[in-house]
Design a protein around this ligand. Structure first.
Ligand code: DC
Length: 227
């Protein structure tokens, strides 16, 4: 039997990776691995233990003690950190900003990349992140790079936060998206880059269904479904 492919979905914050990765995994019956949630767990655990993002040794030790799991649930996937459901706690604006700093630490990246490789190496997985197609699985059979303007991505994030009842401003949310872009693109270790062999989809002005169809078409091509 043909081995199931590895699908890498990279791109900046708010480009639609989470939604599209989950839908792609659902449609194909693949496992979805949200690597951003893994970095978010490290940031949350660091904040709770009073570890600064500069303390690379302490962060490396911390990574060894973390048990991160994704559990399917009726209301969407839950993220468990050492058995505790942290799905909400990891997505606050403060933890989001801290995450982009913690994710710049080479020791943290090494630990999480090793874990992500173990989770995905047998195929049949969709991994979403920033460095999946470039670093974690450069041999991934399908590489998608989702993009959208910072204003569009900030607006989506703002709508999400408002829907959750958070009192945020649009300008502030766009500024935070831009700040995270700078952190993610300018870090020395595994910055966000579009792999040369990735298919770029600008999601501005497209519906979720339209983007999903493009991703599924790319997967079909690789699997030879129409051959
Ligand atoms: O996708 P997200 O917004 O949940 O990601 C949270 C942060 O983690 C973001 O600042 C980028 C970083 N990240 C990363 O550096 N590498 C990944 N593979 C995934 C996320």
């Amino acid at each position: 039997m043909q081995r199931k492919p590895i699908i890498a979905i990279d791109g900046p914050s708010g480009a639609g990776k989470s939604t599209l990765s989950k839908l792609t995994a659902q449609r194909l019956g693949f496992v979805n691995i949200d690597t951003g949630a893994m970095y978010r767990c490290v940031a949350l655990a660091a904040a709770r233990s009073g570890i600064e993002p500069e303390a690379s040794g302490a962060l490396q030790n911390l990574c060894r003690q973390l048990d991160i799991r994704f559990v399917p649930a009726a209301e969407g996937e839950r993220v468990l950190l050492n058995g505790e459901d942290v799905s909400v706690a990891i997505r606050t604006p403060a933890n989001s900003l801290l995450t982009s700093r913690v994710a710049a630490v080479p020791e943290v990246r090494e630990a999480l990349v090793a874990l992500q490789r173990r989770m995905g190496e047998s195929g049949g997985v969709v991994l979403e992140g920033r460095d999946i197609g470039s670093v974690v699985f450069p041999q991934a059979e399908v590489k998608i790079f989702l993009s959208a303007s910072a204003t569009e991505r900030g607006r989506r994030r703002y709508d999400e936060l408002r829907a959750k009842g958070e009192a945020v401003s649009l300008a502030q949310t766009i500024a935070e998206v831009e700040q995270r872009d700078r952190n993610d693109c300018m870090r020395a270790h595994s910055p966000l880059v579009k792999p040369v062999d990735a298919i770029e989809i600008d999601t501005s002005g497209l519906t979720i269904e339209q983007v999903l169809e493009q991703i599924l078409a790319a997967v079909s091509l690789v699997r030879g479904d129409n051959a």
